[in-house]
Design a protein around this ligand. Structure first.
Ligand SMILES: NC(=O)c1ccc[n+]([C@@H]2O[C@H](COP(=O)([O-])OP(=O)(O)OC[C@H]3O[C@@H](n4cnc5c(N)ncnc54)[C@H](OP(=O)(O)O)[C@@H]3O)[C@@H](O)[C@H]2O)c1
Length: 286
């Protein structure tokens, strides 16, 4: 028996590495060295065994070539995640070097099955898909497209889903009814399909650098001072009608940071995070 085991140890590279110390069976050492068979368990020499790291979490960013989506992709890459993105035009106009590290998929969330391949091996999804237009278009792109994605991700066993929704602007909602109704419908779907891993971010105006081809448009010129001013005016938020309009703008890097954390931190609480929550979470070191 000992001869057989000894041969096995010498013929199997991974086992023969352990041979330098010992193989323990039922709490006793069983070495190839015959006079050590009955010694009590004792590690004479510690060897570092190269255990491969657990498979990297894979994040799918829907709309990763857009303004918010591209910052989300960068934040996720910086955190060492494996990142894929899906949008109708794929990588399209992004010229930045980080974009080569993203797996780009072309697909339309309004057509069935367009997500199947992109969802392969994905553990979390962040949707940055949304837009403006006629009321029916806004409902489709903010609502239906995202509802399709939420259902497909849930069917595929994705654990966490983060949706970039929008702050409630009170009376203004009536002017953009399709937009807000679509957002609300997608939010309801997330809460139904991802009760434990669904996070909804509700920013107001998002500022930062928007890439348009090789052009960088700095939206912070207006957004940043406004953010500070409206933080100070926070108590005025209690005034009905006026209150919602005083939602402070938020930096796109803060939104991206919180979105990636919400998608990857298993203890990040599910539910709605408003603009103040986004600011708070983004300042935490994690
Ligand atoms: N920017 C803000 O100030 C702000 C404020 C509050 C909330 N939000 C919300 O944040 C999200 C991101 O906004 P953003 O400013 O980054 O918008 P954006 O730059 O227009 O990006 C939208 C993304 O969605 C993709 N997309 C649109 N329709 C699609 C479809 N049918 N299938 C697949 N992909 C589709 C677009 O790529 P393709 O065109 O290539 O498909 C693009 O990547 C939106 O939901 C928006 O409502 C934005």
């Amino acid at each position: 028996m000992r001869t057989v085991l000894s041969r096995l140890i010498h013929s199997t590279p991974s086992i023969s590495r352990l041979n330098a110390t010992a193989i323990s069976i039922s709490g006793r050492n069983l070495c190839t060295d015959s006079n050590k068979v009955d010694e009590p368990f004792k590690v004479e020499e510690a060897e570092t065994v190269n255990v491969p790291p657990p498979p990297a979490e894979k994040l799918l960013v829907l709309g990763g070539n857009g303004f918010v989506g591209s910052h989300v992709c960068r934040e996720a890459l910086d955190r060492g995640l494996s990142v894929a993105s899906l949008s109708r035009s794929g990588r399209s106009s992004l010229h930045d070097s980080w974009a080569t590290n993203v797996s780009w998929y072309k697909g339309n969330l309004l057509s069935n099955d367009s997500l199947k391949e992109a969802l392969n091996g994905v553990t979390a999804v962040i949707s940055c898909v949304g837009g403006f237009g006629s009321n029916s278009y806004m409902y489709k792109i903010n609502g239906t497209a995202n509802i399709n994605a939420i259902r497909a991700a849930s069917d595929q066993g994705v654990k966490r889903f983060v949706y970039i929704s929008a702050a409630d602007f009170g009376v203004v909602n009536y002017l953009l009814q399709g937009y807000y109704d679509g957002k609300k419908a997608a939010e309801t779907e997330i809460q139904a399909k991802f009760p434990y891993g669904g996070v909804i971010l509700r920013p107001g105006f998002i500022y930062g650098t928007r890439s348009v081809g090789s052009l960088k448009i700095p939206l912070g010129v207006i957004g940043s001072p406004l953010e500070m001013a409206l933080e100070i005016a926070k108590p005025l938020k209690q005034i009905p009608l006026v209150g919602p309009l005083l939602t402070p703008p938020v930096n796109v890097t803060a939104v991206a940071k919180v979105a990636v954390r919400a998608a990857t931190d298993a203890v990040f609480p599910p539910g709605i995070v408003d603009v103040h929550g986004i600011q708070r979470y983004s300042q935490q070191h994690k």
